[in-house]
Design a protein around this ligand. Structure first.
Ligand code: ADP
Length: 525
């Protein structure tokens, strides 16, 4: 049998050592055979073949061991046959049986051991390759990753808990050194290239502790400690780090905590640099706010006819009342009671004119959104009053219905009013070619399945063509000669920014149907 089949190639230490062991084992086997066959020693000498097997176990493969076992058993039987021939000697037979049993058991144990060792090697190789894979992902990831030892800081937090601390934030406020102490108890086990780059291209040595990269008053770090304190399974938050050149960077931090507490010595921390994204978002918010303001100016422009009409009334009344007052004064004696009545009317009308101007001005200049309780029905009524002259000039019937029990929403009043004015203005313009007697805007206010309040606007105009419906809310989508096509896009973004929605469709009985959902609680930017 060729040696490469019999000799275990993986376990070869050195050819000389191996040959030496095998030679010694075979010499021993030969000696045992000689003593067993040609001497008169009455003992189970053949059991010594076990030593041969054990000596060769390291060097031989499974097949080699089996072959050697067969040889050893064969030699034992041969010795017995040579020494005893056909004389049946019970003691000798028993000795032979004991020797053969010992040889077979040893063979079985060697093979079992051999297989277990092979399994272990396989397992180790798999473990090594998985560790290598993990290392490659860790090292080559473009996400900044740290492997940190959180065991000590966790132990500290648990001690505090055991001592009765229940509000970690309050504890941190009372102990100004707490955060610094926690940071210094979190050594870095490893950091990948992206992590070193994020910290400002520092060397791995300088990334050992995060002390110089985290601001002492960093709320996010305290949130992270609270997450460990509360035994949460992961943590995510936005925080700031100070890089080696002193630049502040905004990062998104993610930490997954191990289920087994013993593994807190190897916690993976990931950081994404979101500085650019946050700046871009801020610029976007500012641009949106500017746009909303500009569009409000356009809305006020559209309202100018109504406003002139609105103002005309109190101003005209003011002049009439002032003239009346003068007439009462001219009397001899002056009718002071009538003078007082006229003066009161003058005050009331000036107040109305001032209110109208004030609301227009605030619409144009209000920059800081203020959330307040708003009754949508009141707001619709007010907006209708504001647009009354436009509605009546165009002979449009305006009706509103409200389901019972609609609560006030918490919203930015001026924003909602801007949306209402836009929708009503669009409906008025859409009905320009509709016969006067059927021009109608119907507003209904209903609950929106626990999502807030649904306000539906239906008109009796031509409705929306399939073509327009598709891109209605996209900027610059207009069918009007002088239109800009921004109104609906802005309305939708105003509502969505506060967690609401705006959709459009055609009513089954004709006309366009715009539906907005206003959440009970507006999202605050
Ligand atoms: P603009 O009024 O400047 O055109 P909008 O974004 O307010 O911009 O409206 C976009 C387009 O949607 C309008 O040009 C019009 O074609 C259509 N539209 C809006 N409201 C209605 C409506 N109630 N009925 C029919 N079409 C409408």
């Amino acid at each position: 049998m060729p040696s490469f089949v019999l000799v275990n190639p993986k376990r070869r230490l050195s050819a000389r050592y191996e040959t030496g062991i095998l030679s010694f084992a075979f010499a021993l086997a030969a000696t045992v055979f000689y003593l067993d066959t040609f001497t008169d020693i009455h003992s189970a000498l053949a059991t010594l073949y076990v030593i041969t097997l054990l000596l060769s176990a390291e060097t031989l493969t499974e097949k080699g061991t089996l072959l050697l076992t067969v040889v050893c058993v064969g030699l034992s039987i041969l010795s017995y046959a040579a020494a005893h021939g056909t004389d049946a000697d019970l003691a000798a037979i028993l000795r032979l049986a004991v020797a053969i049993a010992a040889i077979l058991i040893t063979c079985a144990l060697i093979i079992r051991n051999h297989r277990a060792r092979l399994d272990l090697i396989k397992f180790n190789v798999a473990l090594q390759s998985s560790e290598e894979r993990y290392r490659t992902i860790f090292e080559q990831s473009r996400v900044a990753l740290w492997e940190r030892d959180y065991s000590e800081v966790r132990a500290l937090l648990m001690v505090l808990k055991a001592q009765g601390v229940s509000d970690l934030r309050a504890y941190a406020r009372d102990n100004p050194n707490f955060i610094g102490d926690c940071i210094s108890r979190i050594p870095t086990v490893a950091a990948n290239a992206a992590a070193l780059e994020l910290l400002g291209n520092v060397s791995a040595k300088n990334a050992g502790s995060m002390r110089r990269y985290i601001a002492q008053d960093d709320e996010t770090f305290l949130d992270l400690m609270v997450a460990i304190f509360d035994n949460q399974s992961y943590f995510e938050g936005k925080g700031t780090i100070i890089t080696s050149d002193g630049t502040t960077k905004l990062v998104l931090l993610t930490v997954g905590f191990p289920v087994d507490v013993a593994n807190f010595n190897r916690v993976i921390v990931g950081m994404f640099d979101i500085t650019e994204r946050e700046l871009a978002q801020k610029a976007l918010f500012e641009a949106q706010a500017e746009l909303a303001l500009a569009s409000r100016a356009a809305t006020v422009g559209a309202l100018s006819a109504s406003l002139a009409h609105e103002l005309n009334q109190p101003l005209g009344a003011l002049v009439v009342n002032a003239q009346t007052l003068l007439r009462w004064l001219d009397r001899d004696p002056p009718d002071l009671a009538a003078v007082a009545r006229s003066a009161e009317r003058i005050v009331r009308d000036s107040q109305r004119a001032s209110d109208i101007i004030q609301s227009t001005r605030s619409m144009l200049s209000e920059r800081t959104p203020v959330l307040e309780p708003v009754s949508l029905a009141d707001l619709v009524n007010e907006t209708q009053a504001l647009m009354e002259s436009e509605l009546s000039r165009n002979r449009i019937k305006f009706e509103m219905s409200e389901a019972p029990g609609i609560a006030n929403v918490s919203a930015v009043r001026i924003e909602l009013q801007q949306v209402l004015i836009n929708l009503i203005t669009n409906a008025i313009q859409a009905m320009a070619a509709t016969p006067e007697e059927v021009r109608r805007i119907s507003v209904s206010i209903n609950p929106a399945d626990g999502r807030g309040v649904r306000v539906s606007f239906r008109d009796s105009g031509p409705g929306l063509s399939a073509d327009i419906l598709e891109k209605l809310f996209k900027p610059f989508c207009t069918t009007k000669e002088t239109g800009l096509g921004m109104g609906l896009a802005i309305c939708r973004s105003i509502l969505e920014a506060r967690g609401g929605t705006l959709t459009a469709s055609n009513h089954t009985e004709g006309g366009a149907l715009f539906e907005m959902i206003v959440p009970m609680e507006a999202v605050h930017e």
